[in-house]
Design a binder for this molecule. Structure first.
Ligand code: FPP
Length: 249
């Protein structure tokens, strides 16, 4: 078996090639524009966005990528019109119900990052059931950023840190970058190697602001619902050609 196959995908044993990213994070932008171009309601764009997530999970799993973080709903997204927020929450619950068996069968471990207390109870319960059910899986880790904000994550980390300081569990002079990292939502997940943003925007939009310090960024004009395996391979090919120096020479 050829363990170097990449464009044809087929990577035996789920082993990543050495120069593929371990952690890919995605800002899935353009669902609304995709729907508008077709004269469809915005929610149809989000539904097509879920299908694109499915393609992405399958491809990342086959390539042996370790972690996939998707920006599914930001803290700022709560300010969208009520009907869209309600539609997205319903879609979230429906998607968990519909996809969890297949995710579990593929060995995907689902985790969630964000202020989950803001998510309505029914969708939250479904999500947490999915997280519990897949907790022992050893395949791709799918990190759903939900009610997520990079600054909110840091505020939550600093609050927890302040609590430990006041209880004497942490000393001020012990605080270093590693300490901050330990208080983030998922300290066990390595920083993203590659962040992809679709739809032609060139912003981080409050996504993984601590964790992205040395991430490579890939921007494409493709709208998220049109992002497929071919687009992912193009992003990975671009990433593989980069020289990562982490501030060194
Ligand atoms: C950005 O497109 C996308 C979102 C705000 C939500 C992304 C959600 C999914 C792909 C579905 C999976 C997640 C849930 C919560 C079910 P946009 O609406 O900002 O597009 P636009 O910029 O073209 O208007």
């Amino acid at each position: 078996m050829d363990s170097k196959t990449f464009k044809g995908i087929n990577i035996p044993g789920g082993k990543a090639l050495p120069d593929l990213p371990v952690h890919v994070a995605v800002i899935m932008d353009g669902n609304g524009r995709w729907a508008r171009k077709r004269g469809l309601p915005r929610l149809a764009g989000h539904r097509a966005g879920v299908r694109a997530v499915k393609r992405m999970v399958t491809a990342c799993g086959e390539l042996g990528i370790g972690y996939l973080t998707i920006y599914a709903f930001s803290v700022e997204n709560w300010m969208r019109p009520k009907a869209e927020v309600r539609g997205l929450m319903r879609l979230l619950g429906e998607s968990v119900i519909k996809e969890i068996d297949e995710l579990d069968a593929k060995g995907v471990k689902v985790v969630v990052s964000g202020r989950l207390e803001d998510i309505e109870p029914a969708a939250r319960r479904l999500l947490m059931d999915g997280v519990a059910r897949t907790a022992g899986n050893r395949g791709l880790v799918l990190n759903l950023a939900l009610s997520y904000g990079g600054r909110a994550e840091l505020v939550d980390a600093f609050r927890a840190m302040a609590g430990d300081l006041s209880r004497g569990r942490l000393k001020t002079d012990e605080i270093g970058e590693d300490t901050v990292g330990r208080y983030l939502y998922h300290p066990e997940i390595p920083d993203p190697d590659l962040i992809i943003r679709t739809s032609g925007e060139h912003r981080l939009s409050n996504f993984l602001i601590w964790e992205s310090a040395y991430s490579e960024m890939y921007f494409t004009r493709v709208l998220w619902p049109d992002f497929d395996r071919k687009e992912l391979l193009a992003a990975l090919e671009d990433y593989r050609g980069r020289e990562r120096r982490f501030g060194r020479l």
